[in-house]
Design a protein around this ligand. Structure first.
Ligand SMILES: [Zn+2]
Length: 293
């Protein structure tokens, strides 16, 4: 629990639901999983600055060496289940399904000093990754691909201890699925990962990340029909040992950061850590914030 969070909230009880819902069809140019990826397009810069004085359990400005306990926490909301280790009242609401299409989220509009870490694919599985995530106590949304984790699915259960959740990044990771596949084939590739996740991690994913990042309305419909709540893209990346920003040159509250399970995991995580500490942001689980854990 962070007392400063409630302070922030009580002084700004805004319930604005401003978010980035992209209703357009195919978004091209996203290559989330190639080495030459670019960031998410179509994002409106916001003026929200980081709160300068908020400590976080995963390292941000640990003033006084102790994080306040939940005794000072605000009244839990419907989404504040016991799973949530970091107490705050979300000031953002997941956009609803409209016309059977799942919303697309690039960034969370929030006044809370939080940032969201997402880690994709699952190709490189090193004990060092587990160790670092535990050391920093980072929860993350793990967008895993069945075909890349099937040789060792148990590896990813280790991240549960920090509150991480496995989400859906398809079975086959076809980065051209939007162009090559129709509704049914896309749906099948999503449902396959839904079931695989349930089998191995005990939960059906609620979030979907398109391989390569491109999506369409057909994909949005398939995501909804597969039982998921949203497509999640990103606004910043930890890549090749450094941060890449779609907007500005630092992390901002509500940013969704993309990483991968790659050989340079440690360097990427170090870049992310330096960035979120510099910005005074706490790493919290996206699913907790959205109420879809
Ligand atoms: Zn990927």
């Amino acid at each position: 629990m962070l007392g400063d969070h409630s302070a922030v909230l009580s002084s700004a009880p805004s319930r604005r639901a401003v978010f980035s819902v992209v209703g357009a069809s195919v978004v091209a140019g996203l290559t989330a999983c190639s080495s030459s990826e670019t960031s998410t397009p179509v994002q409106t810069p916001t003026g929200a600055g980081a709160s300068p004085d908020v400590p976080g359990p995963n390292g941000a400005l640990a003033v006084g060496g102790e994080v306040p306990t939940s005794s000072a926490s605000p009244t839990p909301t419907a989404t504040a289940t016991k799973r949530i280790r970091r107490t705050f009242i979300p000031d953002y609401q997941l956009p609803p399904m409209v016309g059977g299409l799942a919303p697309v989220i690039t960034k969370i509009e929030t006044k809370h000093p939080v940032v969201f870490l997402t880690i994709d694919d699952g190709n490189i599985k090193t004990p060092e990754s587990i160790k670092l995530m535990a050391e920093y106590d980072y929860p993350a949304s793990l967008f895993l691909t069945k075909d890349t984790v099937a040789d060792n699915p148990a590896f990813f259960t280790a991240f549960k201890a920090q509150g991480s959740l496995v989400e859906n990044h398809t079975v086959t990771h076809n980065i051209n699925m939007v162009r090559q596949w129709g509704y049914q084939q896309q749906l099948n590739d999503m449902v396959g990962m839904q079931e695989y996740s349930f089998q191995h991690y005990g939960r059906r994913p609620t979030l979907f990340r398109p391989p390569g990042g491109a999506y369409s309305n057909v994909m949005r419909q398939a995501v909804a029909d597969a039982g998921m709540k949203a497509i999640v893209t990103w606004e910043a990346k930890a890549n090749a040992g450094k941060m890449d920003y779609q907007v500005g040159n630092s992390l901002r509250p509500g940013d969704i950061v993309l990483m991968h399970f790659r050989a340079e995991f440690a360097a990427d995580l170090a870049a992310f850590r330096a960035a979120h500490l510099a910005a005074g942001l706490e790493v919290v689980l996206l699913e907790d914030f959205l109420g879809v854990a």
